[in-house]
Design a binder for this molecule. Sequence first.
Ligand code: SF4
Length: 147
Amino acid sequence: MADALIIGNGLTLRGHHLLCLPGYEGFGYTDEHVARMWLVREHLWAHNETVVAVQDSPDVVCQICPHLSNGGCAIEPGDEVWVSRRDRRALSLLGLKAGQQLTWGEVLDRIRGRVDEQKLARACGQCRWFPKGHCLRGLQEVKSQNV
Ligand code: SF4
């Protein structure tokens, strides 16, 4: 099943999802969408050598999302522009650009070394899920190397 997530040499993830995954607690838009997030998370945590192709466009999680429309996020009209900007902000925080490839272990190293609570709040504070707190909890877990 996890093999279906791998496209070419790696697994595509949009920038902001790199910061969502560490603290993921099961929030999502449909059962399928939540299941996809869990599948990606379980795969990455079991195989941190997985190559991740980072991007600022729909990824392996968006593929199954009911809000993907005409090739972009349409949770609200015009949202792909806003979401891709958020992706680039997250990538910049990690010292990355869309189109780069690195292993999931290297992503975690960058989160550990470059992100703190204030920076995460600046990058992701406008997200609808941020107030729930799981993103900050995930950051703390990564920084304490419990993942
Ligand atoms: S399509 Fe939009 S709402 Fe759905 S997972 Fe992708 S970014 Fe999130």
